[in-house]
Ligand binder design. Sequence first.
Ligand code: F6P
Length: 543
Amino acid sequence: MKNINPTTTEAWKELESHFSEIESEHMRDMFKKDKNRAEKFSIRWEDFYIDYSKNRITEDTRNLLLKLAEECRLEEAINSYFSGEAINQTENRPVLHTALRADKNAEIKVRGENVLPEVEEVKAKIRDFSFEVISGARKGYTGKAFTDVVNIGIGGSDLGPNMVTESLKFYKNHLNLHFISNVDGDHVHETIKDLNPETTLFLIVSKTFTTMETLSNATTVREWFLKSVPEEEVSKHFVAVSTNLEKVASFGIDRNNIFPMWDWVGGRFSLWSAVGLSISLAIGFDNFSALLDGARKMDEHFKNTSFDKNLPVQLALLSIWYNNFFKAESEAVIPYSQYLDKFPSYLQQAIMESNGKSVDRNGKWVDYQTGTIIWGEPGTNSQHAFFQLIHQGTKLIPADFIGFKRSLFQDKSHHDKLMANYFAQTEALMNGKNEEEVEEELKFKNFRQEEIDRIKPFKVFEGNNPTNTILIDKLNPESMGKLIALYEHKIFVQGVIWNIFSYDQWGVELGKQLASKILAEFETHDVDNHDSSTSNLLKYYME
Ligand code: F6P
């Protein structure tokens, strides 16, 4: 991939001067001036309709952002990404979660070998295993069918599967899914306390099989299991997903119960691999396949569509516009679906672990902003929590509003109320309410002029808050696959333009190392080797 500092491009400089020209323009006026604005700044693709006209942009902005993408050689980068080049250069690995959902007849080579046959082999294993567990053909040690499945993993080995099984709960079968991630013992004990070992299946999911949280939780669960079950029955109840086959075997997992994955799949992008076994168990392999199909369709769209009509490219460029020119500190993702409750926290890892970097591809400190802070909660709940700050606070917070045309239980009355809020919020965030409007409203309510003058400043909404409206026909496995892949590629585009490595995560290592050191010190009680704050806290904890 080319190594280009975005701030040295012509487009960046032009964007800077363009920014000072349009910074204070109000979107309300942009809409008044151009009756075709919504058509110009929206994209319809399959069952997705993305309207990005409620952004502080003009056609010039879009053209300059597209020029920036070109100057940063985005097209070449996309080819490198899909073709299996080792674009994760700090770990010398390709980034090929896209291969996991590629057409089975495609050819994608890693170190000279086509990986598709192996991918298909693991998929067949997931399919057969899922079918056996769901149908009851595969049984626990006392001959009973499984009723509960526990996924033990953290980060990418938890967030993706957990988010997808929650999002697609409507399509779920009879199996009860549980997720244990935190090393907090209360999490594991709370989860297992009511489980029956006879009918529970445990999936230990860890790409590296060295993660402290996962190994501790797996060990605790295994000990709990062995309290009532003979050791030789472990193989019927424990399976593992990992790249580290040796470590898994030494943990005592039967080799037949290991689902392999590969170093060219990043943890936070791994739900499409056997890491998604819990998804396949929860909703069946056909639905899991449909999830993958959806992601593949988005991959093809991303690869083959001109940038001006390309959904991930447009979303990424808009985000760069706010992050680097408006200096917005964060972005909100607001799904208008309770099923998507976990989507923002899933995106936090995907986005912030990927693009939270301050060194460019030359190993030099960047002198521009990179990774955005992501947060959010479903609407309408979030309207009654943090929306006040988006509407009337001092910070600019661009937001993605994700909604569905149809609800799953088809309760039209509820859905209309939900969606009325969805549309109303983006309209309100854009328009705001000016002094005249407030005055008129208060007069209509028979307020005295004196009272109107007093209260008016507090009722004014500046508006001009940008939003993207992502409207999808229906929440189903395929559309969910498309939605996740949309954000995955947005992350990629931003990493290319910011000239950073999006696929390593060295930043999380330091805390892990220090935690192991402190854990050992709890035994030795020798804690003076820290700053005085940490030493005092450790002493107080050990009292
Ligand atoms: O948080 C760091 C991290 O390495 C993530 O990138 C990863 O998803 C998570 O830990 C879990 O890692 P593993 O799957 O190897 O247990």
